[in-house]
Design a protein around this ligand. Structure first.
Ligand code: PMP
Length: 402
């Protein structure tokens, strides 16, 4: 029998394009080329000292064993307090599950709920992992293109049109990776009106960038605008982006008891509890001094403002100011159809990205990876010096096109 050793589920998915772009940039660096990488999606700051110290203490105190599967009561209580304090949402510790990062929270929630052929509505541009996670769970990603003219957000009419009998989830990420677009309370009410007509549709909110926003306001949550949806919403979050803790792998899900119970059952067999030491660190992050958050957001904001102005000064490129997160999603329609000094015609955003890498030594990620072209994503989670050098190089390379 000529059967593949790899499951059809895994053969259906591909490795993350941003990882591929980062690998390509590293390979060129190893060859001795000067590369400015604007690829990575993680804070360039160290985890604050008081959080690191809490982890050391946890180890010294012997918190090195299995914890309760859903996460220590202390951490779940800290998450409950955070949800109340920052989001005005009321949960019980029994409605929280701590996971190995928000990524595994989303994947596990899909695995616990999707039947083969179930549809998941994903507004594009989307975080690269969503469609592949759905495919890995034998679901069908239903991609809805949300153009720049509607600030990259799904409209109530688009949502209505995308819903079918098979729809299981709507996935909302606000502020968004890659566009930084954030939904307002009024926009959420429009979405909630549609959802009211379709009670079989559940909503996953990926709130991982909630604190990284530039207008000084707090990020509205769907459940603030539409509390009646509480039994249909899984709210996903974690400490990775807010507290520069990407390596610690702590995320969580807050949601109704039946869904959270199913997740507990799945995780009890599939992964066990999240790292005990990281859980202690996450308690310190959520309950300790929060000044790191404001300071880093101010830094991201200064980088956003300066880099946005420099990008928008390049003929052929334009970028809508992101409301939050740490990316610029740059429209490169003005470069399509132009020709490089080597005589290659740029046909797509992948061609543009390849040209910027090879001719200018700047690594960014093509918009096709996020489901909406022609764009590229540049991360501002790197030093201002690297951003200045990167934008200078892009400007020079663009000037050489004809
Ligand atoms: N959601 C989005 C939109 C993200 O950009 C990321 C990280 N790239 C995650 C979730 C995953 O975060 P974590 O490190 O907690 O798994």
């Amino acid at each position: 029998m000529n059967r593949s050793r790899i499951s059809a589920r895994v053969r259906r998915i591909k490795p993350s394009p941003s990882t591929a772009a980062a690998d390509r940039a590293s390979a060129l660096k190893r060859e001795g080329k000067s590369i400015v990488s604007l690829v990575v999606g993680e804070p360039d700051f160290d985890t604050p000292a008081h959080i690191r110290t809490a982890a050391v203490w946890a180890m010294e105190k012997g918190e090195t064993r299995y914890t309760v599967l859903a996460g220590t009561l202390e951490l779940r209580q800290a998450i409950v307090a955070k949800l109340k304090r920052e989001n005005g949402l009321v949960y019980d510790p029994a409605e929280i599950v701590v996971t190995n990062g928000a990524k595994s929270a989303i994947y596990s929630a899909l695995e616990a709920t999707l039947e083969a052929g179930d549809e998941v509505i994903i507004p594009a541009p989307y975080w690269v992992s969503y469609p592949d996670m759905v495919l890995a769970c034998e679901g069908i990603p239903k991609i809805v293109a949300c153009p720049e003219s509607q600030s990259f957000k799904i409209s109530p009419a688009q949502l209505e049109a995308a819903i079918s009998e098979k729809t299981r989830w709507l996935l909302i990420n606000s502020p968004s990776n890659p566009t930084g677009a954030s939904y307002s309370a009024a926009e959420y009410r429009g979405i909630a009106e549609v959802l009211a007509r379709h009670p079989h549709v559940l909503v996953m909110t990926d709130d991982i960038y909630e604190h990284i926003r530039f207008d000084g306001e707090s990020t509205p949550h769907l459940l603030n605008a539409a509390p009646e949806l509480r039994e249909r919403v899984l709210a996903i979050n974690g400490v990775s982006k807010t507290y520069a803790m990407t390596g610690w792998r702590i995320g969580w899900i807050a949601g109704p008891a039946d869904l959270v119970g199913a997740l507990n059952t799945l995780l009890s067999q599939a992964s066990g509890n999240a790292c005990s030491i990281s859980q202690a660190a996450a308690v310190a992050a959520l309950t300790g001094d929060q000044s790191f958050v404001g300071e880093t957001v101010a830094t991201y904001r200064a980088r956003r403002d300066r880099t946005l102005a420099r990008i928008n000064a390049i003929p052929g490129l334009s970028c809508r100011p992101p409301d939050g997160a740490f990316y610029l999603y740059v429209n490169c329609a003005g470069l399509i159809g132009r020709t490089t000094p080597a005589g290659t015609r740029l046909e797509s955003d992948s061609d543009v990205v390849m040209y910027l890498l090879e001719a200018a030594g700047v690594a960014v990620v093509q918009g096709t990876a996020y489901g909406l072209s022609p764009f590229f994503r540049a991360s501002i989670a790197t030093s201002q010096a690297a951003l200045d050098e990167g934008t200078d190089r892009i400007a020079r390379a663009v000037a050489e096109l004809h």
